[in-house]
Design a protein around this ligand. Structure first.
Ligand SMILES: N[C@@H](CCC(=O)N[C@@H](CS)C(=O)NCC(=O)O)C(=O)O
Length: 219
């Protein structure tokens, strides 16, 4: 039975998993969660009442949370690119960086985006200002940490880079890194050049007009 992924190509967390699938050329069926597709939405809600995407269905098993989906793929569908190192110490470094990207780049980036979708009277300017401060601090930490490293946890592309790619991509759209942090900018550029992420970015291009803050004319 093929892997089935409930996802949308423009979603950052879905891209995180798409990168992992593309890295190892794993075949899967995309069950697209497009606005207005009530049937796909109902299937998704039945699988995961929290209605977050992506959701992976592998045989009889439903797997949620992008990181766990990638760990699941590593365990049950290993390919030539090992995204979670075998050595537990190295794996811990990768998981730490993965948590960093989800918690301190994805989360504030999503806060800024979701705030823009709200009606003007429901907006949360303090929350958005906090999110921007978190991004600034996270950019600075990343800039120091990534210095001398090719990928997030060292020389090998990993789960942490799957998290980093869409997180940095969209965070820079909502709160530009600018020229303050050259190492972080160069790392973002390396991620964009990675074929798995370049493919995910290309597949999401048709949806750029939907970006609530307006997509910049680059990338
Ligand atoms: N912690 C989840 C977060 C997933 C998430 O936030 N997905 C977003 C899309 S990028 C979503 O489903 N948004 C729709 C919603 O919030 O209703 C994960 O790691 O998979």
């Amino acid at each position: 039975m093929p892997l089935k992924l409930y996802a949308h190509p423009f979603s950052s967390y879905c891209q995180k998993v798409l990168i992992a699938l593309y890295e190892n050329d794993l075949p899967f069926e995309l069950r697209m969660l497009a606005p207005g597709d009530d049937e796909a939405a109902a299937e998704h809600a039945a699988l995961w009442p929290l209605r977050r995407m992506p959701v992976l269905v592998d045989g009889g098993r439903t797997v949620v949370e992008a990181t766990i989906i990638i760990e699941h793929l590593q365990l049950h569908h290993p390919g030539p690119v090992r995204l979670v190192p075998e050595d537990p110490r190295a794996a811990l470094d990768v998981r730490m960086m993965d948590r960093f990207f989800d918690n301190y780049l994805m989360t504030p980036m999503q806060k800024i985006v979701s705030d823009r979708i709200r009606a003007a009277e429901d907006r949360d300017p303090h929350g958005v200002a906090d999110a921007r401060m978190t991004l600034d601090t996270a950019y600075g930490w990343l800039d120091d940490t990534i210095s001398g490293r090719r990928w997030a946890a060292g020389e090998r592309f990993s789960l942490a880079d799957c998290a980093a790619a869409p997180a940095l991509f969209y965070a820079d759209w909502v709160h530009p890194i600018g020229d303050r942090f050259a190492n972080a900018v160069a790392y973002r550029r390396r991620l964009l050049a990675r074929p798995s992420f370049a493919r995910a970015v290309d597949e999401a291009r048709p949806y750029r007009a939907l970006f609530p803050l307006g997509a910049p004319d680059r990338d």
